[in-house]
Write a protein that binds this ligand. Structure first.
Ligand code: DAT
Ligand code: MG
Length: 151
């Protein structure tokens, strides 16, 4: 549908390295619509829910330390197939496998510092958006090129 939504977050290393603008630029130029944006110092409680599938992994403590080490910029992007397109745009979890031109392939080298998060399925996207954003923080505005971009 036109109104599929996904959660994207610039992780603490991306914020520290002043990559927020470059991340947003990729999504804007692609043609997606920004419907939510905020800077947050993430709590361990939120991360525990966000990374619920990672609790048993040996690297989970280091993910927690990294993700709480500084502010994160969270956003919700909307558009046709935005979840799948975003995963492609972000690139493989391991930067060594991420293609050039992807955010991870262009800006990162280590799996533990891969600069950006993106939801990986419609179910996960819904869960993550409601975890990170209040309903009132999502703005449903009319983008002027909608009729040109969509059939
Ligand atoms: P993705 O972020 O591509 O959805 P994921 O959900 O499998 O990947 O893992 C979440 C994050 O956990 C990932 O972005 C970085 C960290 N991570 C995953 N595998 C790791 C590993 N082998 N060593 C260190 N950190 C890892
Ligand atoms: Mg994931």
């Amino acid at each position: 549908s036109f109104s599929e939504r996904t959660l994207v977050a610039v992780k603490p290393d991306g914020v520290q390295r002043r990559l927020i603008g470059q991340v947003i630029e990729r999504f804007e130029r692609r043609g997606f619509r920004l419907v939510g944006l905020k800077m947050v110092q993430v709590s361990e409680e939120l991360l525990a829910q966000h990374y619920v599938n990672l609790h048993k992994k040996p690297f989970y403590p280091s993910v927690l330390r990294y993700m709480t080490s500084g502010p994160v910029v969270a956003m919700v992007w909307e558009g046709h197939n935005v979840i799948k397109s975003t995963r492609t745009l972000v690139g493989h979890t391991n930067p060594a496998e991420a293609a050039p031109g992807t955010l991870r392939g262009d800006f990162s080298v280590h799996v533990g510092r891969n600069i950006v998060h993106a939801s990986d399925s419609p179910e996960v996207a819904q869960k993550e958006i409601s975890l990170w954003f209040q309903r009132s923080e999502l703005i449903d505005w009319v983008c002027c090129d909608h009729a040109i971009m969509y059939d």
